[in-house]
Each structure stands twice: as C-alpha cells, then as structure tokens.
Design a protein around this ligand. Structure first.
Ligand code: DC
Length: 221
C-alpha cells in the first residue's frame, strides 16, 4: 500500500509522515531529503546549476543510503548538513531540473517497490505514485506555516524575523507551484487536510484513521 503526503513547506508533512509510517509499520520516504542531498553533493563538486545534464548525472549515480533517521551520501552522514540555509537555497535549482526529477522519481519508485510506504513531498500523489491507494494534501495558512518554521529556527539558535520567514516562504510556494515539471498541486483524488489549529498528534490520528478505513484486509500482510 502506498500513502502519499504532499503539501507546501511548513504544513508539517515530515513529522506527520514519519509518525504515521511508524504507527502503520510502513517504510518512510522523505523525498525532499533526496533533492537536498543532490544539491549538497552538486555544490561540493562545484557543478554549475545550469548544467542540467551534469547535475542529473550526479543524481543518477549518487550513493544515497537512508536508515531510520539518517541520510548518508557516499557513507557520509549529511542529515544535518542538508537542512542548512545554504542547501535549502540551492535545492530549488535541483528541484527545477526535469532531468533530476526523472531520476529521483525513478529512485522513489524503486525504493517503494513491493513495500508498504508512506512517502512525502510535493509530487508524490501526482507524478511519482499516481495510483497510490491513499493520498493526502496537507495545508495550513501561510502565517501558521511561517510561525512553525520560525519556531524551528529559534530552537536551532538561528534568529530570523517572522516577517522575513514568511516572505521567503511565499517565494518558495510560488516557485513550487509554477514549476513546469512536478509542480506543487493536489492530486484530484487527494484528501485535503487543513492542519491549522491542530496538534501534530491530532493530524496523525486523523490520517491513521483514514488510511485504516481505506486499507484492505491484506494491506498490512
Ligand atoms: O520538503 P523539503 O523542504 O525538504 O523540500 C526541499 C525542496 O525540494 C523544496 O524546494 C521542494 C523540493 N521538493 C520537490 O520539488 N519535490 C519533492 N517531491 C520534494 C521536495
């Protein structure tokens, strides 16, 4: 069974998807981390962002390893490094590259093959897994999403004005939505879940109930 969770930055997808996967006993795919890892590796190799073929070639052969909470590139733990502001900024060039997207969608399908998976990103229900049994699209108001992101930055000791976080987020949203390939948009058969005013536990409870209602008896065997 494939469960897809898409939505804009700050809608709470990662934490919710990880916890939902844990409760269901499914594998978890963090596809944003894949784009981030490619951006991290491309910057290290000094590749030009407009050399789409070279960046896609790197993506095709990047030795990525995921274990429960870590991501390794060629044996190096990059879990924290890929969350830096610099990598967040550079990832847009990688995410806009249609050749990279094709490579990473193929990788996501290989990783999910024959498994029960909760996968989160922007295009999981539309492009990567259009036949997924259960699709969710998480939303929250822009200000609420910016407030969550601002809080995370505070906890990491990175100080930034809430208004600046909101402005950057608006730019990312616009870029994600107008991307020619794999834009951020709900699949026609996705359930839209508004997370404003809900705790993460309440969101996971809702999603878990919906997945279990939809899952067939053999889905977990
Ligand atoms: O969810 P995130 O912030 O880790 O995503 C990082 C970047 O990758 C963000 O710019 C959106 C992009 N992305 C994408 O284009 N498609 C996905 N399936 C996942 C992430």
């Amino acid at each position: 069974m494939i469960v897809t969770i898409d939505g804009p930055a700050g809608a709470g997808k990662s934490t919710v998807a990880r916890e939902l996967a844990r409760r269901l006993g499914f594998c978890f795919l963090d596809t944003g981390a894949m784009y981030r890892a490619v951006a991290w590796a491309a910057a290290r190799q000094g590749l030009a962002w407009d050399d789409q073929t070279a960046v896609a070639e790197l993506a095709a052969h990047l030795p990525l390893v995921f274990d429960s909470h870590r991501i390794l590139v060629d044996g190096q733990d990059v879990t924290l490094a890929i969350r830096s502001q610099e990598v967040t900024h550079n990832t847009r060039y990688v995410a806009d590259n249609p050749l990279v997207r094709a490579q990473l969608v193929a990788l996501q399908r290989r990783l999910a093959h024959g498994r029960h998976v909760v996968t989160e990103g922007r295009d999981q229900g539309t492009v990567a897994f259009p036949a997924a049994e259960c699709k969710f699209f998480l939303i929250a108001s822009p200000r609420e999403r910016a407030r969550r992101r601002w809080q995370q930055l505070q906890e990491r000791g990175e100080s930034m004005m809430l208004e600046d976080v909101l402005a950057q987020q608006n730019q990312r949203d616009a870029r994600d939505a107008r991307r020619a390939c794999g834009p951020l948009t709900p699949a026609p058969d996705a359930l839209i879940v508004d997370t404003d005013g809900l705790t993460q536990t309440q969101v996971v409870d809702t999603l878990e109930r919906l997945v279990r209602e939809r899952g067939t008896a053999d889905a977990w065997e």
